[in-house]
Design a protein around this ligand. Structure first.
Ligand code: FAD
Length: 361
């Protein structure tokens, strides 16, 4: 009897789970998923958790093993591509025949002095667990989707707080004028003080110092300015960009180590108009699924279907009763059509719960 081909998936986020689910459909393979966490918490709902709502969490072992996928809880330190081994914390290693790398991302607090020491990121469940009890003034830094969602959610659930959203640009400016104006109106309605065009120079124990010299005192600073990736890929010798994200070819294989497929926030994937896909659940799900489909097609001696991707929409929640669904062109540029208000909140909720169904094995 021939031995099953061992596919190891690193990371059980949206990309890793959708990859494992797709890979497990192939014949003659044994799929193992490795993640440092025992539970899969929906990352796209972390702003809700921060606002005190309980968010769904699923036991990874139960979720995977009932579908015949092995789960190993462990922290990945390094990959040895030559020996086809993954080194885990606790001085043990796991052998693989094929690897799918999907270790996702964490908060990026590197750009501004004091942010790592004094600001509280909202990028992972561990980050949210570290946020102290909120009171008084809370400064949310970052006017991207996560910052807007965080400020709106907190303002709605915790009207006792004085929320300030601090952003280098007008929050939502990358969307159509209708969506952007709706976001501004919703933040005003919720009592969020928006500091647009405000660049943070430093974070301290007492709040923010802006580039123009203004001080913005705050009891707590929440940090949402972007994501960084774990150093595992770079440490393992995979070719990465300046931010440590893995460079991949058109089949989502590492450019330096084509036997390793990469998906989700960990990979720099060319999208429509040759722009790199944005780090998002919306791209983690299809890249995970495609990486596993391409890998298992090759194992079966077939040529994988080419990678194809287009964007459809961007969605933001503005508390539990309002939201923005921005329809976009294939390359993510905003179209004219926008859905707002309760309808927007409802569609966003369907998308968030739909993402779980797509990822869950
Ligand atoms: C508050 C918030 C709201 C968001 N809202 C949206 C949204 O509305 N729409 C959208 O498209 N995107 C949204 N995102 C972004 C989205 O969550 C991420 O882009 C997405 O989760 C990336 O998926 P992934 O599978 O690549 O990585 P992740 O979801 O980060 O999963 C990576 C997994 O790898 C594991 N891991 C990491 N390092 C190691 C290690 N060394 N060893 C073992 N395991 C490890 C982690 O435990 C994790 O389970 C939001 C993010 C946040 C924080």
């Amino acid at each position: 009897m021939t031995e099953a081909h061992r596919i190891v998936v690193l990371g059980a986020g949206y990309a890793g789970l959708s990859a494992a689910k797709r890979a497990a459909r192939a014949h003659g393979v044994r799929v193992t998923v490795v993640d440092a966490r025992a539970e899969w918490a929906e990352r796209v709902r972390l702003h809700q958790a921060l606002a005190g709502q309980s968010i769904p969490s699923r036991n990874l072992g139960e979720l995977l093993e009932r579908k015949g996928i092995e789960f190993i809880r462990g922290r990945v330190l390094e990959i040895d591509p030559q020996a086809r081994q993954v080194h885990l914390e606790g001085e043990w290693s796991l052998a693989y025949d094929s690897l799918i790398f999907a270790l996702g991302s964490v908060a990026d607090t590197s750009a501004v002095p004091g942010a790592t020491e004094y600001a509280f990121p909202v990028a992972t469940p561990e980050d949210v667990a570290r946020v102290p009890a909120l009171s008084g003034r809370v400064a949310v830094v970052g006017g991207g989707s996560t910052g807007i969602e965080t400020a709106a959610e907190l303002a709605e659930s915790r009207p006792d707080l004085d929320i300030h959203l601090v952003s280098a640009e007008e929050p939502g400016v990358w969307l159509s004028p209708k969506a952007h104006n709706h976001i501004r109106a919703a933040l005003d309605r919720l009592g969020v003080h928006v500091h647009a065009g405000a660049k943070v120079a430093a974070v301290s124990a007492t709040g923010l110092e802006l580039v123009d010299g203004t001080e913005l005192p705050a009891e707590t600073v929440l940090w949402t300015t972007g994501f960084a990736v774990p150093a595992v890929a770079a440490r393992s010798g995979l070719a990465v960009d300046a931010h440590g994200r893995v460079l991949v070819d058109a089949e989502l294989r590492s450019c330096s180590h084509p036997e390793i497929y990469v998906a989700g926030d960990s990979a720099v994937v060319a999208g429509p108009a040759e722009r790199a896909l944005r780090m998002s659940c919306a791209t983690a799900l299809p890249t995970g699924k495609y990486a596993a489909a391409a890998l298992t097609a090759r194992l079966a001696g077939k040529e994988p279907a080419p990678w194809r991707f287009r964007y459809h929409l961007q969605c933001l929640s503005l508390g539990r009763h309002d939201g923005v669904i921005q329809f976009v062109h294939a390359d993510d540029a905003p179209a004219r059509a926008v859905l707002t208000g309760r309808a927007g909140a409802w569609v966003k909720e369907q998308i968030v719960s739909g993402a779980v169904k797509l990822a869950r094995p």
